[in-house]
Design a protein around this ligand. Structure first.
Ligand code: GLA
Length: 369
């Protein structure tokens, strides 16, 4: 036998030894367990709306969000050319399954077509030095934004109530704590205001409009966001709530810091949502890869922390109106390639779609192994 085959054989055996994915029918439903508290959601790609993944979602969640297909570059890749097909698939699946959909994200600095930020001659607006042309560029960009928002909200307003209007506009490391995106460099904070006003006008009074960000537990970032939102509210900008992405890890941040942030925003009369929950099994600087065999103590630590987190969510249900995971099972997560490529396991269900200790920790801790 040549050496390559020798090393390949045990790997194949290991693959074969793994059970086929299946949906457990004899366990409680996550969303039903939380029916008295708040809806539970998951981010999905359109291909996950069929087959086993669809079954798992139908059993456990009553809210969906598009992981990618409603982002600016996916929906309007070129000016005036809207691509609804993938977004429609998610909306249709949700309707057929009795689930709600939330929209992510109308305006973001990432995954957005470069065309937004080019002038009529194709020149990047940020490079413009002529003051008159800068004024014209700002006007053009805000018009494009307005059209983007109104077209999308107009199309889905009867199907979607909850909207991430802007995503990740705060960056404490940038001047004034505002993310130095092209949006900001060209329009200042006017893009945020225009986006919320357009969403309200197109969506009507029942649309729930959120400003979404990560790291909202960090006091510096939280306070800059608070200051911005407070100022906008004073100017009549229609913001209904804060979306806390909540991409966290088994080691931090503290649950208290997550809840403190929600309490602070609720004092402004705002709603809170957990919009992108996942829990990495590694410390941020840890560059190991556990591979297929995640140590039991790591899964236990994850379960303990999920339990603490959901107990705090339940206790604060008055200021928190939904919890959305950024995925559903460990076979599909952006964390497998971020910040490095490695085996990740951030959810309540494993790669075979089986309930992990973390599932029991949030549904029925008495059943924890
Ligand atoms: C941010 C965005 C999400 C997603 C994640 C990682 O949190 O808001 O849309 O892109 O990053 O994939």
């Amino acid at each position: 036998m040549d050496p390559i085959e020798q090393t390949a054989a045990p790997e194949e055996e290991k693959e074969r030894a793994l059970p086929e994915p299946s949906v457990q029918t004899d366990i409680p439903s996550l969303m039903e367990s939380y029916a008295d508290y708040f809806p539970i959601g998951a981010a999905v790609e359109p291909f996950q709306t069929t087959g086993l993944k669809a079954e798992l979602l139908k059993k456990h969640v009553n809210w969906l969000v598009a992981e990618n297909v409603m982002k600016p570059d996916a929906i309007q890749p070129a000016e005036g050319s809207f691509n609804w097909e993938n977004a429609d698939r998610i909306v249709k699946f949700a309707k057929e399954s009795g689930m709600e959909v939330r929209f992510h994200a109308l305006i973001w600095h990432s995954q957005v077509g470069a065309w937004f930020f080019k002038d009529a001659d194709g020149k990047p607006m940020v490079d413009e030095t002529d003051p008159g042309k800068r004024v014209a560029n700002k006007k053009l960009l805000l018009e494009r934004l307005d059209t983007h928002v109104r077209t999308i909200v107009g199309r889905y307003k009867d199907d979607i109530q909850s909207w991430d209007v802007v995503n990740e506009v705060i960056e404490p490391g940038d001047p004034g704590g505002m993310r130095a995106s092209d949006w900001y460099k060209i329009t200042g904070t006017d893009y945020i205001e225009t986006a919320f006003r357009a969403a309200r006008e197109a969506g009507g009074p029942d649309a729930k409009l959120y400003i979404n960000d990560y790291g909202t537990d960090n006091p510096v970032k939280r306070d800059r966001l608070y200051e911005l939102v407070k100022e906008m509210l004073a100017n009549g900008v229609p913001i209904d709530g804060v979306g806390h992405q909540t991409h966290i890890g088994i080691l931090g941040p503290t649950v208290d810091s997550i809840i403190d942030s929600m309490q602070k925003f609720s004092e402004l009369g705002l709603d809170n949502l957990v919009t992108e929950l996942d829990m990495s099994i590694y410390a941020w600087n840890d560059r190991r890869d556990f591979g297929a065999d995640i140590p039991a103590d790591v899964l236990k630590k994850q379960a303990d922390r999920y339990r603490e987190l959901f107990e705090a969510f339940k206790a604060n249900k008055d200021i928190l109106s939904g919890v959305v995971f950024w995925g559903i099972a460990d076979d599909h997560t952006w964390l497998s390639s971020f910040p490095v490529k490695r085996t990740e396991a951030p959810f309540l269900f494993d790669k075979q779609l089986q309930a992990k200790p973390a599932f029991w920790a949030v549904v029925d801790p008495s059943k924890l192994p």
